[in-house]
Write a protein that binds this ligand. Structure first.
Ligand SMILES: NC(=O)c1ccc[n+]([C@@H]2O[C@H](COP(=O)([O-])OP(=O)(O)OC[C@H]3O[C@@H](n4cnc5c(N)ncnc54)[C@H](OP(=O)(O)O)[C@@H]3O)[C@@H](O)[C@H]2O)c1
Length: 311
């Protein structure tokens, strides 16, 4: 089985490649990246060259037809530069890039039958009560970004079908990630870079956050590829019970032996980075209804217990 992956050089993508390759000898990956192969091959230590091909353009697939596409590419939501918010890049790298990629693959006759893409639980309106998948989307910046991304994929596929370029719509799954917790990237990484450093909590920290561990993320992605083959649509990747940002940050501080926690006031954050503030300060929670219906049992539901395994 050949899996074409975008965002394979990122936090979730790197885990996914090594996890899937360790599970099955009949899988190989083609990583579609903006970077040169020699710049990124070090990210995949120990993977036999035949199992991983790195390409910069879909043209390099030649007539090699991927069976599945896992589409994770998207510009990072956070930038440390003050007053800089790459909103156009955030949008284009998701909606524009998705439409272009699907159109190119379809035109070359190599659009896979299954497309599993990243999405975000940020699609829901700000909430304290976790939202199931059928909740109507919100209108905050994170919600519009996530919604437009999902619509770009579904809309492009429908246009391709209507124009006769493809005869049927592929199976389309959106993994709506909540905050994915792992040591080597995403939310947790900056907190774990040095033991004992202060933990900075944006705002008052009372906002609620859903999360999911890397091992559960990998297990669910694997099931979507190999087990739940009839599932299509959106699926929330979130543990059943969310936590407040304060609870999360205090657990991190305690286990990482941080010297203190510091609250970053909301108002300057909203002035300096209004879009970023929307991601950091809103309550964003999701209920894993689709996973419950599929009978999924989480490996980690307790944040503190999970943290102990990685700190
Ligand atoms: N981690 C989370 O907690 C979380 C939560 C919700 C949603 N998500 C979404 O899930 C996806 C994967 O997350 P991640 O944490 O693995 O992200 P990540 O580490 O930032 O990796 C994202 C990948 O996207 C590609 N990319 C970056 N900027 C791009 C641009 N301007 N145009 C096209 N491609 C670009 C990069 O691949 P190349 O450099 O190889 O091209 C990069 O490796 C992302 O789209 C993210 O928004 C993640």
């Amino acid at each position: 089985m050949n899996i074409l992956i975008t965002g394979g050089t990122g936090f979730i993508g790197r885990h996914l490649i090594s996890d899937f390759l360790s599970r099955s000898p009949d899988i190989d990956f083609t990583v579609l990246t903006r970077k040169k192969a020699k710049q990124v091959s070090w990210l995949f230590p120990g993977i036999p060259p035949g199992k991983l091909q790195i390409i910069n353009d879909t043209g390099e697939l030649h007539d090699r037809h991927p069976d599945i596409m896992i589409h994770l590419a998207g510009a990072p939501v956070f930038s440390m530069l003050p007053f800089f918010e790459n909103t156009a890049e955030l949008t284009n790298s998701r909606t524009g890039y998705t439409a272009k990629l699907l159109t190119r693959l379809a035109a070359a006759g190599i659009l896979p039958d299954t497309i599993i893409m990243a999405g975000s639980t940020g699609i829901y309106p700000p909430n304290q009560i976790p939202c199931p998948e059928e909740t109507p989307s919100g209108n905050s910046f994170p919600a519009m970004l996530a919604k437009n991304w999902e619509n770009a994929a579904a809309g492009t596929l429908e246009e391709l079908r209507q124009s006769g370029i493809i005869s049927k719509i592929p199976r389309l799954v959106t993994m709506r990630f909540s905050t994915v917790m792992g040591k080597s990237g995403g939310f947790l990484k900056p907190f774990l870079i040095a033991k004992g450093q202060p933990v900075i909590i944006p705002g008052n920290g009372n906002n609620m956050l859903s999360w999911i561990s890397i091992p559960d993320t990998m297990e669910i992605a694997w099931n979507l590829v190999r087990v739940w083959r009839n599932f299509s649509g959106s699926i929330n990747l979130a543990v059943p019970v969310p936590l407040s940002l304060n609870e999360i940050c205090h657990d991190i501080a305690e286990l990482n032996r941080a010297i203190c926690t510091v609250h970053l006031p909301e108002t300057p954050l909203k002035i300096v980075k209004p879009k970023t503030a929307a991601f950091l300060l809103l309550s964003n929670t999701a209920r894993p209804d689709a996973l419950t219906r599929l009978g999924y049992c989480f490996r980690y539901e307790n944040f503190r217990e999970y943290l102990k395994t990685i700190i």
